[in-house]
Design a protein around this ligand. Structure first.
Ligand code: AMP
Length: 112
């Protein structure tokens, strides 16, 4: 998708600190971390949000979810939070589906 920053990370046109790459997903550290570990897991295909991804490509949606556990374990985390922000009011700022993996500190609930 032209002008999608995460598509540019998938293609390699924009650099990122990539921690996992498979044919289905790319995972990289968040530029503006909200916790000691903050990794984004994205599908290699462009879909606007997690719900669209699940509807259009359930195989990649499952791969994203599985990869959240992989990157958390590789970061040494047993306790972590996986977040999909869906829509601007929920805090979504990049409209390419992505899961946040947050950990390494106590995470309050409910989230802000
Ligand atoms: P969201 O607000 O849920 O859409 O999350 C988008 C996330 O992408 C934010 O946490 C940003 O800090 C992060 N982000 C934006 N651009 C980049 C980038 N080039 N590399 C890594 N993380 C990014």
């Amino acid at each position: 998708m032209p002008d999608c920053i995460f598509c540019s990370i998938v293609s390699g046109d924009i650099p990122a600190n990539i921690v996992l790459r498979t044919p289905e997903v790319v995972a990289f550290t968040d530029l503006n971390p909200q916790a000691p570990t903050h990794i984004l897991v994205i599908p290699t295909e462009h879909h606007e949000n997690g719900a669209e991804l699940a509807k259009d490509n359930p195989v990649q949606a499952a791969a994203v979810l599985a990869a959240t556990h992989t990157v958390a374990a590789e970061a040494g985390l047993t306790d972590y939070r996986t977040v999909f922000n869906t829509g601007a009011e929920a805090g979504q700022s990049v409209f390419h589906a992505h899961a946040h993996v947050l950990g390494g500190r106590n995470l309050g609930w409910p989230p802000g």
